[in-house]
Design a binder for this molecule. Sequence first.
Ligand code: FQP
Ligand code: MG
Length: 221
Amino acid sequence: MKPEQLAVYFIMGSVNAAGRNPIEVLESALRGGVTCFQLREKGPGALKGEALLEFATACRDLCREHGVGFIVNDDVDLAVHLGADGLHVGQEDGDIRKIRSRIGGQMILGVSAHDAGEAGAALAAGADYLGMGPVYGTRSKPDAREASGTGLIRDAHAAHPDLPIVGIGGIRADNAAPVIRAGASGVSVISAISHASDPARAARELHQAVEEAIMEKERTR
Ligand code: FQP
Ligand code: MG
């Protein structure tokens, strides 16, 4: 995968849209310039069965229209069924090698990692990118670990410079730059876009912050 795809990585499920139509929130985020989307249908009120399939299909089609990667969280069967561009799994979601063999070599595989050891193991098992965090505090994931800051990204990037990393957890436009400086290719957000009064604008501001940080990094290299 191209690391640029991770620049502004939006994650959302139907329950994250702050009472609005989630498809409209996604549409707005895509218009604002998110570079990747993960469907994470999870928590109280999450869609299941036919309703999930219908919602997921609408998300996939919208992402396709905008030429943005569509990644499914956790659900291998759903990812395969929809012909998603990718799948994201965490350390508790099963054996990464087995998952890689189920989705085949073409589909993007993202893996959550919390230290350089998990990063190396994920790479060896076939991960295309890592999600690392929570960088700052988060309220979007009740079972999230303690905020880790940018140090873990720095360590994992130093150990595996060719493995793209996206930072996650409490990231907004005004605190995104240190994540990029630490070596991440992008930032991943749920609430910074899905709860924003203007999701397109929130996406645009994140995009600008990430682009500026990347250019700064290239200048000082
Ligand atoms: N990083 C990313 C990404 N996406 C995620 N969903 C996670 C980390 C968290 O399995 P996990 O993955 O630890 O928890 P959950 O399945 O509840 O999300 F890199 F894509 F930003
Ligand atoms: Mg998971």
